[in-house]
Design a protein around this ligand. Structure first.
Ligand code: ADP
Length: 183
């Protein structure tokens, strides 16, 4: 059984073996959580973008990713917190609109990262609220999709035991807790 937990904090310091980046298709890491991870990992976001693009070429043989495809990069300076890998995945762009297509793209993005974590042989993985920032998807729907996707993954998981959804702001954390009826 895979457990799913909500946490509040900065994902760049979150002690999970892998953290997930809410990336764009080109792994440009220009803003939001992607920029924060890139800067914290390599000390310089530009350098981590270079490393990410090279990893994408090596791992997938191309220069952009689709929903469900993931790229893995080393944690570099984040190893200090016990983080070993950064798994880059791309969620849907919503711009405030939510429908079945967005949900399916988010499900694929989450599932791709979870399957990669299993492949890497790790037990703990932390996600940011993919697509709930610049990509404009409603946080409540993102949180529900996370819960459902982790439940689905639970049936096939080989080694992953704990999945965290890390909310950056107190407000988002409270929304997530309320959405899941935890309080
Ligand atoms: P997207 O483009 O997929 O929407 P964003 O980076 O804009 O990605 O935002 C995704 C979520 O990550 C937002 O809820 C944002 O508040 C959150 N976030 C931003 N920085 C951090 C951080 N350091 N740790 C955890 N979550 C973060």
């Amino acid at each position: 059984m895979v457990s799913f937990e909500i946490a509040r904090g900065d994902i760049t310091h979150f002690p999970a073996e892998a953290i997930v980046n809410a990336a764009n298709r080109y792994l440009e890491h220009g803003g939001g959580v992607a920029y924060a991870i890139a800067k914290a990992a390599a000390g310089n976001a530009r350098e981590y973008i270079r490393i990410s693009k090279e990893a994408m070429r090596e791992q997938l043989g191309k220069s952009s990713i689709e929903h469900g495809e993931v790229v893995v990069t080393p944690a570099m300076r984040l190893e200090e917190y016990g983080i070993r890998y950064v798994i880059h995945t791309v969620g849907p762009y919503c711009g405030g609109v939510w429908d079945d297509d967005k949900k399916e793209k988010l499900r694929k993005a989450i599932l791709g990262a979870l399957r990669k974590a299993d492949e890497l042989g790790i037990k703990t993985i932390a996600f940011p609220a993919i697509s709930a920032g610049i990509y404009g998807c409603p946080l409540e729907e993102v949180v529900r999709t996370f819960k459902e996707t982790v439940e689905e993954f639970s049936k096939e998981a080989k080694g992953v035991e704990k999945v965290y959804l890390v909310l950056y702001s107190g407000r988002d954390y409270r929304t997530a807790v309320e959405t899941l009826g935890l309080h």
